[in-house]
Design a protein around this ligand. Sequence first.
Ligand code: PGA
Length: 262
Amino acid sequence: MAQRKKLIIGNWKMNLNVHEASIFVHTIAKDVAVHRDVEVVLAPTALALQPISLQINRRQFKLAAQNFYHQDQGAFTGEVSATQLRGLVEYALVGHSERRHIFHESDKDIRAKVQAAIRNHIKPVLCIGETAQQKADGETNDCLHDQLVGGLANVTSEELEKVVIAYEPVWAIGTGNNASPSDVEKATRAIRSQIKHLYGEASAESVHVLYGGSVKADSAATYLQVPGVDGLLIGGASLDRQAFLSIVSKAHGAAATQDASA
Ligand code: PGA
């Protein structure tokens, strides 16, 4: 299997004000080592992106937007565009289940955001995952298929190189009910096989697939060892300094093991 970087994304959601966010970055920066095969990405509130971008060493941390609007500019009161985020963030979350369910974002909205991110040189992190009901009904693969096809329609295989897929079962997010490693392995295999079907073998090998959903310091290493998982999307634990540092160090360990076995 090709060598893929490990990606650890901390999604702070609607927590920490600008001052608190800056202090948090300051306290973790001392202990996050720079590693060429690990990318540590922070997704603070949109308000904190600008000040934090001036504070961080970009070799140590990258930034992600939690959300944006799909139009580049115009009369869209209250919105922030990918064009405005360009240069500030390297990644943007798209299709997070909280956006799909609380804000009723459709696959059409999500597809437009994927396009807007790519057009503005921002890597979209396309979040997909089944609900508890879909899992109970044996519809996980159909759901992943529909959300992948829905989000990626119009994306070329060249553009796909910029896309990260995050498998986040809805029932696992913020609930403490994390998915079993074998469920995660099955889902990531299904995602790669759908990518293979849509874009071919090389794209299926190179696309980054993350797991997210109640990952904690003590479960991170297990997920990082699941074949086909290239990193983690962390919510709650990313706001806990010790837990987040421990997860980052596990990603370093996983990258080192990968290097040794290459
Ligand atoms: P959680 O959130 O780690 O708190 O479950 C994950 C996410 O929302 O991406």
